[in-house]
Design a protein around this ligand. Structure first.
Ligand code: CP
Ligand code: NVA
Length: 307
């Protein structure tokens, strides 16, 4: 009996931990090539459409995906939760089935990672994670691009995360394991990344260390990264401010890292909270390149998923 070969499913971009190093490197190379303008087939997504579904606000993600699709020859359709039937209780599964009949890919920003996984399970086109409560992989692809533009290969180079052990920190942890660089996270005890994530990192042979002392985390680091103290969906604003104050990135903490260390932040930023204006607007800051690289890194992801 001749068995039919099972058709491969859509190429989702859900989280960094789902990829091997070789594929991540391929995606990063594509991003760099798009940035240089050196990809031969310039409109690889001509005639294709990406649906962008936002359950939460966005500036960078929305604009970089829209411009990226346009530069690759494709189109986008924008849906917000409140202006679509999602806001009136249509299920994610049905939304996935319907959108898959119209578009060639779906990008979702959601307050619940469960929604992303439901979407990916029921869509027959690629699904891209545009941020969940748990992770933000597109951001970290841009961050790795930015680090490597400034400082060369990230493998083996110490990175320090200061502040809330949030969704962005989680994707940094996954990247540290997959791309083999040491990551030291200094977070208050109650705001540390999920224990299962650290257990996974250790079981995969990653060099990921949790600590409470920011000075210890930044010692010898080539890069210091932070994020807002209150993420979308977080409620306990005052308590978070009190807990996170000692983790502010300022001149003192920056001076304890390597002399030529860079500062990164996914943005939006709150000056004089998680970072002082002097640092984010100073010579060690890479945040504007980092924001620009969302566009290039995501063009790599879009081309890989959809062409
Ligand atoms: N860094 C980031 O994802 O920014 P937006 O929330 O503006 O998309
Ligand atoms: N941790 C932040 C990232 C915003 C891009 C949030 O989830 O709000």
């Amino acid at each position: 009996m001749i068995r039919k070969k099972k058709k491969a499913g859509p190429k989702h971009f859900l989280d960094i931990d789902r990829f091997d190093e070789k594929t991540l490197r391929r995606l990063l190379r594509l991003g760099h090539a798009f940035k240089r303008g050196g990809v031969r087939r310039r409109l690889p997504l001509k005639g294709k459409t990406l649906a962008m579904v936002f359950e939460q606000p966005s500036t960078r993600t929305r604009v970089s995906f829209e411009v990226g699709m346009s530069q690759l020859g494709g189109d986008v359709v924008l849906l917000s939760e409140s202006e679509s039937q999602l806001g009136r209780g249509e299920t994610i599964a049905d939304t996935a089935r319907v959108l898959s009949r119209y578009v060639d890919g779906i990008m979702l920003r959601t307050k619940s990672s469960e929604n992303l996984h439901q979407l990916a399970q029921h869509a027959t086109v690629p699904v891209i994670n545009g941020l969940t409560d748990l992770t933000h992989p597109c951001q970290i692809m841009a961050d790795i691009m930015t680090f490597e533009e400034r400082k060369g290969l990230i493998t083996g180079r110490p990175v320090a995360w200061l502040g809330d052990g949030n969704n962005v920190a989680a994707s940094w942890i996954q990247a540290a394991v997959k791309l083999r660089f040491p990551l030291r996270l200094a977070c208050p005890d109650s705001l540390q990344p999920k224990a299962e994530l650290i257990e996974w990192a250790n079981s995969e042979g990653g060099d990921v260390t949790l600590m409470e002392d920011p000075d210890e985390a930044v010692n010898g680091a080539d890069c210091i990264v932070t994020d807002v103290w209150v993420s979308m969906g977080d409620r306990d604003k005052r308590q978070r401010h009190n807990l996170l104050q000692p983790y502010q990135v300022n001149r003192r903490i920056m001076s304890r890292a390597n002399e030529d260390a860079i500062f990164m932040h996914c943005l939006p930023a709150h000056r004089e909270e998680e970072v002082t204006a002097e640092i984010i607007d100073g010579p060690q800051s890479a945040v504007w390149d980092e924001a620009e690289n969302r566009l290039h890194a995501q063009k790599g992801v879009l081309a890989w998923c959809m062409s």
